[in-house]
Design a protein around this ligand. Structure first.
Ligand code: G3H
Ligand code: 13P
Ligand code: ZN
Length: 342
């Protein structure tokens, strides 16, 4: 099966009342981990690449790895999504390469740091929607800004400085026609999200519920959704790492989000932790090893375990064969005839 539209996956998830994890990749092993987890759990899949991932992998390599994934796992509906596109030009180059979904993150200026105006965000996102929908490609927008800058995506503030305004969210969806909407509710990218287990003061699930009530038909996206499990932190530190104590987003809060319109859940950090812990363990326990496979294989297995668990927790497990994929051409026709709306 060719790479599929993210809109179709999210529409199906809404029908079934479940969420779909969107996992970041930079290389072959990460793609393999996700696809193996998907086969084991029979899950539809969203694989996403940031601008950094595209640069690191020389994105044609990544694209062809994704084509290999569709050949090797033909039974798994698989989306290739651009994470945090910083400008319409970046989104355009991803669409030209064959990404089936793009995020236009107009909540920040093209530098990926400075919060933008609402007008800029609407204008840039609307432009991407027009260009993407003409090709049947899905668009995710973002309103409000996430915290954290350690990975270059975020306003450099704490997660609470630019929460999504529910009224603006409604206006934004109407003005742009996005397929999915990322909202800011107190999360941030990276490992250091919360200094203690989040409460309603730091993770604003009430805000999410309010937005969902105003936009009941919009697929909501939670970024910064790694749970940063203590056991993965401990493995890293046990084998020479130096992570400071930290808390992520508890899975039960994500599950509450899924009951309230969240259809896409972005996870990168948990997989980074799993990979790093597994590699550190081999380096410490078998210092005589120098074949990269001796540590990349355990790393791949560790990431697969995390992804399979999240797929089960988010509810996408068991849904890989629920539907036949709709081609991007057919999606383009549907956007044109407005049978698919925001
Ligand atoms: O949005 C952030 C993702 O974790 C990707 O991070 O830009 O370091 O690839 P990256
Ligand atoms: P984490 O850093 O919590 O994994 O978030 C990833 C993300 O939101 C990618 O867009
Ligand atoms: Zn993000």
């Amino acid at each position: 099966m060719p790479l599929v539209s993210m809109r179709q996956l999210l529409d199906e998830a809404a029908k079934g009342g479940y969420g779909v994890g969107a996992f970041n990749v930079n290389n072959m092993e990460q793609i393999q981990s996700i696809m193996e987890a998907a086969r084991e759990t029979q899950s539809p899949v969203i694989i996403q690449a940031s601008r950094g991932a595209r640069a690191y992998s020389q994105d044609r390599f990544l694209y062809h790895l994704m084509l290999a994934a569709t050949e090797i796992y033909p039974e798994i509906p698989t989306v290739l999504h651009l994470d945090h596109g910083n400008s319409p030009e970046t989104c355009q180059s991803a669409i030209e390469m064959g990404f089936t979904s793009v995020m236009m993150d107009g909540s920040l200026m093209p530098d990926g740091k400075t919060p933008s105006t609402f007008e800029y965000n609407v204008e840039a996102t609307r432009k991407v929607v027009e260009m993407a929908h003409a090709k049947g490609v899905t668009v995710e927008g973002e309103i409000g800004c996430l915290g954290g800058i350690e990975d270059g995506h975020g306003a450099g503030l704490d997660g609470l400085s630019h929460l999504t305004d529910p009224e603006q969210a409604v206006e934004f969806v109407k003005a742009t026609g996005v397929d999915a909407l990322a909202i800011a509710i107190g999360t941030s990218h990276g490992a250091y999200k919360f200094t203690s287990k989040p409460t309603g003061e730091t993770l604003k699930m009430d805000r999410l519920i309010e937005i969902h009530k105003k936009l009941p038909n919009t697929h909501l996206v939670m970024h910064g959704s790694s749970s940063v499990p203590k056991d993965l932190q401990d493995i890293i530190n046990q084998y020479g790492g130096k992570l400071k104590p930290t808390w992520g987003v508890p899975v039960e809060e994500i599950q509450l989000g899924i009951k309230n319109g969240v259809r896409k859940i972005n996870v990168d950090t948990d997989n980074r932790l799993a990979i790093t812990g597994a590699i550190r363990k081999v380096f410490m326990e078998k210092p005589e090893e120098f074949d990269p496979r001796s540590y990349l294989k355990p790393a791949r297995d560790a990431m697969k375990k995390v992804v399979a668990l999240r797929m089960t927790q988010f509810g996408q497990a068991g849904h890989a064969k629920d539907y036949a994929p709709t081609s991007l051409d057919e999606m383009a026709k549907r956007y044109q005839s407005e049978t698919v709306t925001a």
